[in-house]
Design a protein around this ligand. Sequence first.
Ligand code: CTP
Length: 397
Amino acid sequence: MLAGKRILLIIGGGIAAYKSLELIRRLKERGAAVTPVLTRAAQEFVTPLSVSALAGEKAYTDLFDLTDEAEMGHINLSRVADLIVVAPATADLMAKMAGGHADDLASTLLMATDTPVMIAPAMNVRMWEHAATRRNLATLKGDGIRVVGPDKGDMACGEFGPGRMAEPGEIVEAVQAALTDGPLKGKRILVTSGPTHEPIDPVRYIANRSSGAQGTAIAAALASLGAEVVFITGPADTPPPEGVDVIAVQSAAQMLEAVESALPVNAGVFAAAVADWRVKRESGSKIKKQDGELPVLEFAENPDILAQVSAMKAGRPRLVVGFAAETDDVIANATAKRKRKGCDWILANDVSPETGIMGGEENAVHLISESGVEDWPRMGKSEVARKLAERIAQALA
Ligand code: CTP
């Protein structure tokens, strides 16, 4: 619930501005108070009247309509909120934020505030992928700004891809997570999860049996302790938890790229079952059966994401946690794996088929660190997640 919380909602000028009406309704339903601010461009898409009617409060539109300055100057306006949400955050608004501009009410509020800020980007695919937006996004993340979405899908401009604003329900969950108090408040943690799919041709791929259940439970447990969670997931059966920033990928190479762009983080939990190998030359068209001949696949080794992050010289997360899925000599193999990969902790589990752990509800893990081995009893994956999240909170305190 968001009772007693105040959200300053800055509505940017994009077609997704229409979703801000639904967002206001949902935030109010959860008990939040919403103070709306519209940029000049936003007013081309939604009217201050409809925004204000839904919010039940004055909608601010201009730096100089703060005659109001006497009662609620822009400095105050930016500080009374528990959270500032920018939705939609257009490419232009993101650029202004990254550049520190303050030439209208919205950008001035964002410059003047000491309140946490969350953005829900929305723009055309090309604009989202443009090098300038990539740079601005990295700057904003580095400044500690939370990002929700964008989603992938059909866009109003007729194109398809990432750039569509996150749905109001997703934004509300992210708001809820951002305002959750807990020992991990203010900490940004990345979690990798699920299998990866390594393409052979447009219709075939190599995969593994990871369901993503353990990684998903860890992300949820970290969020419930107040962490900002970046959840980077391969194609898993388990749906991602609510209130986390979900980045969906297919292959190990894409997972590595997503991890690199999620940095910096305070901690990283690498729960994904990353494929060790990929097919060296992915065929652009479907490989056809040929009489008397079997296809020969040549493999290349995938990057080891955990090892790469562990070995970072600058900007290494303070705590790096890996998993070791073993079928024999679990502790010895996992202890050696921790050293080899350079991570701080490794959670070792026995994934032999008779344990029913891979794809199952339970897990039996050993937490291996520099100081030794701790055996945890067999328990539900969500309990393992809770226990791990608590340990991470202690380690980052
Ligand atoms: N991992 C990774 N990138 C890879 C392979 C593994 O980030 N390319 C991470 C996993 O997320 C996990 C840890 O490394 O946290 C160990 O994964 P595991 O599959 O147990 O180890 P492997 O490196 O595959 O070692 P082996 O196959 O020899 O057991």
